[in-house]
Design a binder for this molecule. Structure first.
Ligand code: GLN
Length: 188
């Protein structure tokens, strides 16, 4: 199995480290030609969604990523990655890959005090650590989106078919269970 990690900006190295701990190979998507390599799943990391959205357009990766996801490519978006996948962003008029039937709120916990750690239940997994950094949450879901975790009444993890998103950074804790969940989605 080979996982592509979008590596134009943000916390991509941490995801590669998690995958290597799970014995899974990965490579970085830095430019359009990297999309020619075969891969079974895609991770969109945390960082700054506006910058990542701009760069995937400028690097001409946008259309290929969007069509691969709509064709069923398993994708895991964390934090900014969640925002990139959301069909609606409540406090931003610009959407990006817009493939998942969720409404995201950017910087939903406030800009200054928006970073915190907690533990919460993730459906089918149990209690896991959750690190939030100027994180979004999901205000509402539609269609066949399954809510996987909530925190303080807000949705912080969800899945729709081949797409998994979390508001929190599971790559910044020791716990491998969300990455394992994603690999199970791919069907290893
Ligand atoms: N606040 C960032 C954004 O709106 C997301 C933060 C993160 O990925 N840690 O894109």
């Amino acid at each position: 199995m080979q996982i592509a990690v979008l590596a134009v900006q943000g916390a991509f190295i941490e995801h590669e480290y998690m995958l290597s701990r799970l014995g899974v190979e990965s490579f970085e998507l830095r430019q359009k030609s990297d999309l020619d390599k075969p891969f079974d799943g895609l991770i969109i990391p945390g960082g700054e969604s506006t910058v990542q959205g701009k760069l995937i357009r400028e690097l001409d990766m946008f259309d290929t990523l969007k069509s691969r996801i709509s064709d069923g490519l398993p994708v895991f978006g964390t934090c900014a990655g969640l925002i990139l996948l959301a069909k609606e962003i409540k406090n931003d008029s610009r959407v990006h890959l817009a493939s998942m039937d969720i409404t995201a709120v950017r910087n939903a916990y406030g800009r200054q005090l928006g970073s915190f750690f907690t533990e919460g239940f993730f459906k089918g997994v149990g209690k896991i650590p959750m690190t939030f950094i100027r994180a979004p949450f999901i205000e509402s879901v539609r269609g066949d989106v399954e809510v996987l975790a909530t925190c303080g009444g807000n949705i912080v993890a969800a899945r729709q078919k081949n797409q998994l998103v979390t508001s929190f950074h599971s790559e910044l804790n020791d716990d491998l269970s969300v990455h394992k969940y994603f690999l199970d989605m791919i069907g290893r």
